[in-house]
Design a binder for this molecule. Structure first.
Ligand SMILES: [Zn+2]
Length: 292
């Protein structure tokens, strides 16, 4: 049987990671600094450099190529938007890369790559409908059915972070008020703490045993908002499993208090959906890219 090779490249703000899979097994991995302060041409050269290494390693064998990037390609203009590597926004990023690397490729955002990787190779591999949730700086997500990523006509499938949790709530960068992301992402919760005059890191906040009355309230609201947001997802698409990723997925009480609290928002007697931690950690982006 012929061997299948996939190259995946994960473009991050500080590093670019590249892997080669042979029949879904990792056979090569390397990383290089993004040096995004040097501008878009430099970043594209860095991607080219690491891709060349992978191709050389493969001895020019036939392969697929996928790129994981923050932001997304606009379906209207084909230009990259919403990337936090801001110098790339507004560029026809896919076309530039295809020309430079001289190979066709697929591009997806980091949340979709996370969901795909966890569904195929991680915590969701035994499940048909997988919802992958990222609770990091922002809240993103992706939906995978039968190991295939769902994107949808608006290319926003899984963007649960920008559905409204509290009408007239916090202002979000997307210009709406009360988005999920402004309450239960790392960035959102950090802002809530700061606005209340609490100068603790998120880790310190969650680990603190003798929380003040105010801190207890904030914690309880966080758990409740998480439960409500998860309940909304479950009531809408009822996935077989929800996998958490991003910095906040390390908060153990999400799997105890948080999961317990979801019960009250699910339109059923009791919650049957497993809510679990990811298995691939930081590697999910680059695996997901390779699997595109
Ligand atoms: Zn928003």
């Amino acid at each position: 049987m012929a061997l299948e090779h996939n190259i995946g490249i994960d473009l991050g703000g500080t590093k670019i990671e590249c892997i080669v899979l042979e029949n879904r097994k990792e056979i090569f991995r390397d990383r290089i600094f993004t040096e995004s302060e040097k501008g878009s041409d430099h970043i594209i050269n860095q991607i080219h450099k690491i891709y060349q290494k992978a191709v050389l390693f493969l001895g020019n064998k036939k392969h697929t190529l996928g790129i994981c990037t923050p932001g997304s390609i606009s379906p209207e203009t084909d230009l990259l938007r919403n990337s936090n590597t801001t110098c790339l926004n507004g560029l026809p990023f896919k076309k530039i890369l295809e020309d430079k690397l001289d190979h066709s490729l697929s591009i997806e955002n980091d949340a979709n790559c996370f969901a795909l990787a966890e569904a195929v190779m991680g915590a969701g591999q035994d499940h048909e409908f997988v919802f992958g949730v990222i609770m990091g700086t922002g809240c993103g997500g992706g939906f995978v059915h039968n190991k295939e990523l769902r994107v949808g006509p608006n290319l926003i499938c899984g963007e649960w972070g920008h559905s409204i949790l509290h009408t007239n709530g916090h202002v979000c960068y997307c210009q709406k008020h009360g988005c999920v992301e402004t309450y239960i992402s790392g960035g959102g919760l950090s802002k809530i703490l700061k606005d209340q005059g609490i100068h603790l890191s998120l880790e310190e906040f969650f680990q603190k045993e003798d929380k003040s009355h105010l801190e207890k309230n904030i914690y309880q609201n966080f758990i409740n908002d998480f439960a409500q947001a998860m309940g909304n997802i479950i009531n809408s698409i009822d996935p077989d499993i929800i996998i958490l990723g991003g910095g906040l997925s390390n908060i153990t009480s999400l799997y105890t208090h948080g999961t317990h609290a979801i019960n009250q928002y699910v339109f059923s007697e009791s919650l049957k959906t497993p809510i679990v931690r990811n298995q691939l950690g930081d590697s999910a982006g680059v695996f997901g890219a390779a699997l595109l």
